[in-house]
Design a protein around this ligand. Structure first.
Ligand code: PMP
Length: 365
């Protein structure tokens, strides 16, 4: 038996075991071809089936037929951070203005890239309260003339998440969904563009998924490098240049697995249950564990909490690792503990963590 730990890492993160087993099985001989998908031309029919399979999988999970007509699915390189720059350079006219909801470090970085193209107006920020909350309806005034309103649906570092879809006041809504894409059903019609680095809920690092409403493609300026232009990439089905074939192959397997498990409704139920287990453990610890996010903004993907001292936190992390519970160290800018419980983290792993937390609090509290 291969030794497997419970991986609570924030990303690259746990992948479904059955997907990894398929990858292993198919690695030397991909579906009877006698060669690996790693060695296969991106212009071959066999790769094309994988590429189209991944696009169809996303379409099916996210929006069914509607997604087919109105939205384009792109596979790009450079990670989500590259999208921080590509969104303004594709969607904002030079010297234009866009709104940003600044709910954490990634959102702030996205806004900083926006400011290189035009005005990145901070419509709302949680910086003053240590990014422990997200805005509710009426907390900010969207600029109706904005090129778009950008937000980060799940704040990976601080552990907050928008419970719903924020108001954009008529401007196209742009969402960085890197850390909660496909974790719950989505009302795609409300979005102009969604992007996500793959290495949390989708697959391996190396591919970034961009879903963009077709009418917005007309905004991409002709002078952008071709591979950085949404319009040019869409026109070539993201096969303008060699795509990250291996990452897209694994993405396709992850999407198939997610559909077999019942799609996004079922995923949301599993994720709710896992998160509830952890938040109950925090809230029921008599103050030994203290959650960072305010209850109404708690993330179902990244559960962040502190212990009474940094010394205890260090001991907690070391002892947890000894028990096979790894990847729990909080982001360096926040400290404490962060349990990332993306789609592929099983309830069994969360139950093991909760049992360890109770035992540790009993011994140290
Ligand atoms: N946005 C969010 C919400 C993230 O969590 C991350 C990575 N942790 C990024 C952007 C940056 O992603 P990448 O490393 O793919 O550029």
């Amino acid at each position: 038996m291969t030794h497997r730990v419970h991986n609570f890492g924030a990303g690259p993160a746990a992948l479904p075991l059955s997907v990894l087993e398929t990858v292993r099985e198919e690695l030397l001989d991909h579906r009877g071809s006698g060669m690996s998908i790693l060695e296969t031309s991106h212009r071959s029919p066999r790769y094309d089936a994988v590429h189209e399979g991944a696009i169809a999988g996303l379409r099916e999970l996210l929006g069914g037929a509607a997604l087919g007509e109105d939205y384009e699915v792109l596979f790009m390189g450079g990670g989500a951070r590259t999208q921080f720059g590509l969104v303004p350079w594709n969607l904002m006219p030079a010297g234009g203005s866009a709104d940003y909801l600044v709910t954490g470090s990634w959102a702030a970085m996205a806004a900083a890239e926006g400011a290189k193209r035009g005005r990145a107006r901070e419509a709302w920020s949680s910086a003053g309260t240590g990014h422990d909350r997200v805005p509710g309806p009426g907390d900010y005034e969207p600029d109706p003339g904005a090129a778009y309103l950008h937000y980060t649906s799940n704040n990976t570092i601080f552990g907050t998440q928008f419970p719903g879809v924020p108001e954009a006041g008529g401007a196209p809504l742009v969402a960085d969904m890197s850390s909660d894409v496909l974790s719950r059903p989505l009302d795609l019609d409300r979005f102009g563009l969604i992007y996500a680095g793959a290495q949390k809920n989708l697959g391996p690092a190396g591919v970034t998924v961009v879903i963009v409403r077709r009418d917005l493609l007309a905004r991409s300026p002709a002078e952008l490098p071709d591979t950085l232009s949404y319009a040019k990439m869409a026109a070539k089905r993201s096969l303008l240049n060699t795509p990250p074939v291996f990452a897209i192959y694994v993405l396709d397997l992850v999407l198939r697995h997610l559909r077999e498990l019942g799609g996004l409704e079922a995923a949301a139920r599993r994720n709710e249950e896992k998160a509830a287990l952890l938040y109950r453990a925090i809230d029921g610890s008599g103050g030994f564990y203290r959650g960072h996010a305010r209850p109404e903004a708690r993330s179902r993907m990244n559960v962040t909490f502190r212990l009474p001292s940094e010394e205890l936190e260090a001991r907690f992390l070391a002892e947890a690792a000894n028990e096979g519970l790894v990847g729990l160290k909080g982001h360096r800018s926040v400290g404490g503990v962060r349990a990332s419980i993306y789609n592929a983290v099983e309830a069994e792993a969360v139950r093991a963590l909760v049992a360890f937390m109770a035992d540790f609090a009993r011994r140290a509290g």
